[in-house]
Every structure is written in structure tokens, then in C-alpha cells.
Design a binder for this molecule. Structure first.
Ligand code: UD1
Length: 434
């Protein structure tokens, strides 16, 4: 009986077994950005013609978004990294609760549904382990554009009054530069009547990628990537003339650079847009890594890793999504590092797991004080969210012994074929499915 129960638990809870301390070398390939691809997919809802994307990563979050769009009547075809989304057959304005609840970015579809159909009914995405993650700014922005919005029983219903069912351009100042709110409002405003401005807009590269694709579809947008975005509404969008390429995933690239640093291995990571990672590259240099940057990618050569402090900030500051992986690196640095999480109130859950591997970390509020140790030691650990799981993998690569990492459902949301990519550069890890 006991043996059967163990096997079934392992099947439900697959693990990565990582034999640590292997030196890595070669080239790590970066996939398309998850956070861009998800929002570009929802932008396809705005268009009555098929839209083709390429460089789409192979992730469970992407599969979840495909499922959501299909429930709305969108035809989706996938071939490798290419995806064609045909929203000419859009029949529903109501993505289902179970799917939206498991994929926060799908809430942002409220902007494109409202812009295209004049109404949308989308469940609140809810909080998550890392923090409350409100959508107040998204809703406030849609109201400014003239939508009538109510929130009842956890569902947001939005509609555009009047016979034309067309939103009206407005001046919107965000209270905080929310990525999702900026993207939601941007998608709603492209088909609105007149001009919309978004002040204090999020400047993340994914916002710029969305604006670039919308412009390729006929939208009139300027300023994306900066704090003030101006959108002149157009009557209709059209298909992109050739497949629109999703930008490389800056968080995956950063994770790989940190993996190189913690294993003290010289590695090349490509493709990378270095400007998308400047704050992270600066911290890697500050802690003792040499970086050779060219148009295609980055070659990292770590030296003696010294402790540096980080504070997470909206772009172009240090990204919260790399806080956990960078903390893993700092556990083996020389000296004391102070890591302050300023974006999410509950994003230090990886600390307890790193401590199980021998890390010396003290938490004070939303700050972790990390005293570097000579070496981590292997332990069974669990990744509590996507980036915490990545931190466990990174720590496992450097630890003495075989680390087993659970919580892979989180990892698979955001890292495309991570075992095969790391194995190709010499890491020793495998997924234990049985
Ligand atoms: C996006 C990213 C996520 C990243 C985050 C911050 C996607 C799919 N996800 O999430 O990986 O961690 O940016 O870089 O792109 N806030 C409010 N009120 C609001 C909205 C947000 O106070 O109405 C706060 C949040 O609580 C949080 C901060 O703003 O503290 C950032 O949130 P936001 O930029 O909205 O994150 P997401 O777009 O959900």
C-alpha cells in the first residue's frame, strides 16, 4: 500500500533531480517572452482578421491562454513557435472563471473585448501567493474611457453605453505604473474615438512590444516604453503583414545569466536585448561578472562573486521577477547582501527553502539580509511560485549533492524546456515522473 501511495504522489508531484556543482559551458537559448506573448495573444481579439505571431514560447501559461481564447470563439493554430489567432469568429465576451483564475494575464482581455465588442464580463483574477495584486487601475482606466463598469460576486462587467458602442479617448493618470493596467487601457483605447493619454504608464519592454504589434495592426500609438503613451483611436485594426516576433524573454535570460554566475561558469545567453536587462546586468557586473554584450546576446564570465544589494522597482529598475533567482546567487557571495522586495508584499517565500539548503538569511519585513556561505548543500525543496521555483533550480545547480525540486507546475508556467536547455550546456538534471 505504502509503495503505491508514494508512486501516485510522485506522479502528482514530479520533481527535478539536480546533481549540483557541475560547470556549465556553451550557449543557452532564450525563448520568446511569456509576459509579452500572453498579452499579444489577447490583443489579437481586437482584430477581425487572423494575426500571426512567431517566437511564442512553449509554456503551460500559453496553453492556458489558448484555451481561454478558444472558449471565446477564437480559432488558434500552432506550429512550433508560430501561432495564428483568428478572432473573426469571436462569439463570446465572457472568459470562464476557472481559466481566468489560474492565469492572471487573461484578465487583461477585458480591454480588448470592450474595445472590439463594446462589452465584456471577466472574473476578477484574485490574489496570488506573492501578493494581493489588485486590478483597481485597470477598472479606473476603463471607466475613464467611458465604460460602465460594475463588480459583483467577483465578476467585472463592463459595457460601453450608447448605440455606437465605442469608447471615448481620455486623459488617464495611473496611481502606480501597473504593467497590466497599462496594457489593458492601451488595448481598450486603440479603437476608441479620439485621443487617449496614459501618464505614469508602465515602461516595461512588454508594454512596448504590445504597442509595436498594435501599430503593425494599424493602431496609432506613440511614447510606449516611456511614462507617457498617446493613442489616437482608429476605426479598425488589420492583420499583421508578416508573423510578429515576440521579444526574447528578459526574465528567462536573466535567470540563465544568474545560473552561470552561481556555477562560476562562462556561458553565452542568446538572444537577449541588453537594454531590457540593464539594471540586472549592472548588478551582475557589480558582483564580479564580466559581460561581453553584442547585438545577439551576452557572454558572461563570473569572477569571485561579491555581495551586492538589490531593491526591486518597476522597469527600468531591478525586476521583482528576478529577485528570487538573484537571492539564490547572493547566498554564495562573499559578504552580506540586503535584498528589498518593493513590488509584492509576500515574495520572500523562497527564503525558507534556501535556508534548507544551508543559506544564511534573515528576514526583516520585506527585506532579506543574506550572509554568503561557501557552498549550499542539496535538500528536497519546493518552489512556491514561478520565480521561486527558478531560484530553487539555480541553487540546486550550485549545491553539493542532489537537490530535488518540487513545485514544477509553477516552473513550467514560465520556463520553456528548462531541463533540455540546461542539460545542453552541461547541467546534470532530470525530471522524475514516476
Ligand atoms: C506583471 C507581470 C509580472 C510582474 C509584474 C511586475 C505579466 C503577465 N505579469 O504583472 O510577471 O511581476 O508585472 O513587474 O505581465 N498595483 C496596484 N493597483 C493596481 C494594479 C497594480 O496597487 O490596480 C500594484 C500591485 O499590487 C503590485 C504593482 O502594482 O505591487 C505591480 O503590479 P502590476 O504591474 O499590475 O503587475 P502585473 O501586470 O499583474
Amino acid at each position: 500500500m505504502a509503495a503505491v501511495s508514494t508512486v501516485s504522489q510522485d506522479i502528482l508531484n514530479p520533481q527535478l533531480q539536480i546533481e549540483g556543482s557541475a560547470r556549465l559551458n556553451g550557449v543557452l537559448q532564450v525563448s520568446g517572452a511569456k509576459n509579452s506573448a500572453l498579452v499579444l495573444m489577447t490583443a489579437a481579439l481586437l482584430c477581425p482578421e487572423p494575426v500571426e505571431l512567431c517566437n511564442v514560447p512553449n509554456l503551460t501559461d500559453i496553453a492556458g491562454m489558448v484555451e481561454i481564447l478558444q472558449t471565446l470563439g477564437v480559432r488558434v493554430q500552432r506550429d512550433g513557435d508560430r501561432m495564428v489567432l483568428d478572432a473573426s469568429t469571436l462569439t463570446s465576451h465572457e472568459p470562464p472563471y476557472q481559466l481566468v483564475n489560474s492565469l492572471r494575464a487573461s484578465f487583461f482581455s477585458i480591454g480588448s473585448l470592450l474595445g472590439r465588442l463594446g462589452h465584456a464580463k471577466v472574473p476578477l483574477p484574485g490574489g496570488c501567493r506573492i501578493g494581493a495584486r489588485p486590478v483597481v487601475e485597470h477598472i479606473r482606466g476603463l471607466k475613464s474611457l467611458g465604460a460602465h463598469v460594475t463588480v459583483e460576486h467577483g465578476v467585472v462587467s463592463a459595457s460601453v453605453p450608447g448605440t455606437k458602442k465605442r469608447l471615448k479617448g481620455a486623459s488617464i493618470v495611473l496611481d502606480c505604473p501597473s504593467v497590466g493596467a497599462t496594457e489593458t487601457i492601451l488595448m481598450a483605447a486603440v479603437l476608441a474615438e479620439g485621443t487617449t493619454t496614459i501618464e505614469n504608464a508602465a515602461q516595461e519592454p512588454e508594454v512596448q512590444d504590445l504597442a509595436n504589434m498594435l501599430v503593425a495592426m494599424g493602431a496609432d500609438i506613440s511614447g510606449a516604453g516611456g511614462p507617457l503613451i498617446t493613442i489616437h483611436g482608429v476605426d479598425q485594426l488589420h492583420s499583421v503583414s508578416s508573423a510578429y516576433p515576440v521579444i526574447p524573454d528578459r526574465i528567462e535570460a536573466g535567470t540563465f545569466l544568474i545560473a552561470a554566475a552561481i556555477t562560476r561558469s562562462s556561458l553565452r545567453v542568446e538572444p537577449v536585448v541588453a537594454d531590457h536587462l540593464s539594471s540586472v546586468l549592472q548588478k551582475l557586473r557589480d558582483c564580479g561578472c564580466k559581460l561581453d554584450i553584442d547585438d545577439l546576446g551576452i557572454t558572461i564570465t563570473p569572477g569571485d562573486i561579491q555581495a551586492v544589494d538589490i531593491t526591486t522597482q518597476p522597469f527600468p529598475g531591478f525586476p521583482t521577477d528576478l529577485q528570487a533567482p538573484f537571492m539564490a546567487l547572493m547566498t554564495t557571495a562573499k559578504g552580506t547582501s540586503v535584498i528589498s522586495e518593493k513590488i509584492y508584499e509576500n515574495r520572500l517565500q523562497h527564503v525558507a527553502e534556501l535556508q534548507r539548503m544551508g543559506a544564511s538569511i534573515r528576514v526583516e519585513g520585506s527585506t532579506a539580509i543574506v550572509e554568503g556561505v561557501v557552498q549550499l548543500s542539496a535538500a528536497p525543496v519546493t518552489g512556491s511560485d514561478l520565480r521561486a521555483s527558478a531560484a530553487m533550480v539555480i541553487a540546486g545547480l550550485a549545491a553539493h549533492g542532489t537537490t530535488s525540486v518540487s513545485g514544477l507546475k509553477h516552473l513550467d508556467r514560465g520556463y520553456d524546456r528548462i531541463e533540455s536547455k540546461l542539460t545542453a550546456v552541461g547541467a546534470r538534471l532530470e525530471r522524475n515522473l514516476a
